[in-house]
Design a protein around this ligand. Structure first.
Ligand code: F1P
Length: 289
């Protein structure tokens, strides 16, 4: 399924943006103090959105893994992201906060919907794989659109990636280790790429903010390993990376379009090891305690 779901992304993003005018009154309003929560992939999308919203000037925005949410803090609104709508930590965090909660899920009539004040159900972005791709990116595109961003170029870039026009270097299918870097909101995307590679392909991956990478993690860079930078590399980083002999990937793609390349790589690396990328070991579609 995951191949089909990865390829469905640009269409799902366009559908979400079509809904934006109708959904806008439910989404965070300018000036509101917002917390965004989720688990796993949904947490990384929460982190990416929180950073984008804060940088856009729309208002203070924090992101938390749902299990780490400080429920006593005052927020004007909590946004809870959960594809399944059943993840226990998300339901508990919603129950614990006094702020109004907007849930974004893929499934109707879920426990998360029951606990939240308002719910947006992106059922056209639901998926059958345990490994999340289309739901996660569709939520992020919708939320970026709500900040006034023009996402047509991002959709076009993802279409080009899927058409094979913007591929990754073939050596990435062989490297023994991958580190993903991203500055500001692209750090959430780097974390998500690293998670995809772990879930689907059982790969050893790490993720850091770009500026953190030189504070220790660079010690493991060497030939046969790769470092993939999402978004524009900070000054001097590519030269430092090249000096280690590691394979460096850095393209001028939007980080979400670049994530599509990482998803495709995760599937290719899984297949090369005869792993089933839809159904990673030790993982279920949602974690219910
Ligand atoms: C969250 C999640 C996924 C992960 C796996 C298990 O689910 O941790 O991110 O990929 O499917 O569940 P949800 O709350 O978004 O349904």
């Amino acid at each position: 399924h995951v191949d089909r779901e990865i390829r469905h992304q640009p269409r799902a993003w366009a559908s979400a943006l079509d809904l934006l005018p109708a959904l806008s009154p439910l989404l965070p309003q300018p000036g509101e103090r917002v917390a965004v929560i989720g688990c796993g992939t949904s947490w990384f999308m929460a982190a990416a959105y929180a950073s984008t919203r804060e940088l856009s000037g729309a208002g203070e925005t924090d992101a938390f893994a749902a299990s780490q949410f400080p429920a006593g803090r005052r927020y004007d609104r909590v946004v809870a992201i959960s594809r399944s709508g059943t993840t226990t930590e998300v339901v508990r965090a919603i129950d614990a906060t006094r702020a109004p909660v907007l849930a974004i899920t893929a499934v109707h009539d879920s426990p998360v919907e029951a606990a939240a004040d308002d719910t947006v159900v992106l059922d056209f972005a639901d998926e059958q794989s345990v490994v999340q791709t289309v739901f996660a990116t569709t939520v992020l595109i919708l939320l970026r659109g709500s900040l006034g961003e023009d996402l047509a170029p991002v959709i076009a870039q993802a279409q080009a990636v899927l058409a094979g026009g913007t591929s990754y270097p073939a050596e990435l299918e062989q490297v023994e280790q991958l580190t993903f870097l991203g500055q500001d909101w692209a750090f959430g995307i780097a974390q998500e790429a690293a998670l995809k590679m772990r879930e689907a392909a059982q790969g050893w991956t790490e993720a850091y903010p770009q500026m953190e990478y030189r504070h220790g993690p660079i010690a493991i860079a060497q030939p046969g390993r790769a470092v993939w930078v999402f978004g524009r590399p900070v000054d001097g980083l590519v030269a430092d990376l090249a000096a280690t002999g590691a394979l460096v990937v850095a393209d001028p793609l939007d980080p979400v379009a670049d994530l599509v390349r990482a998803q495709l790589l995760a599937v290719r690396r899984a297949r090369a090891q005869h792993l089933e990328p839809d159904r990673p070991r030790h993982l279920t579609r949602s974690v219910v305690l």
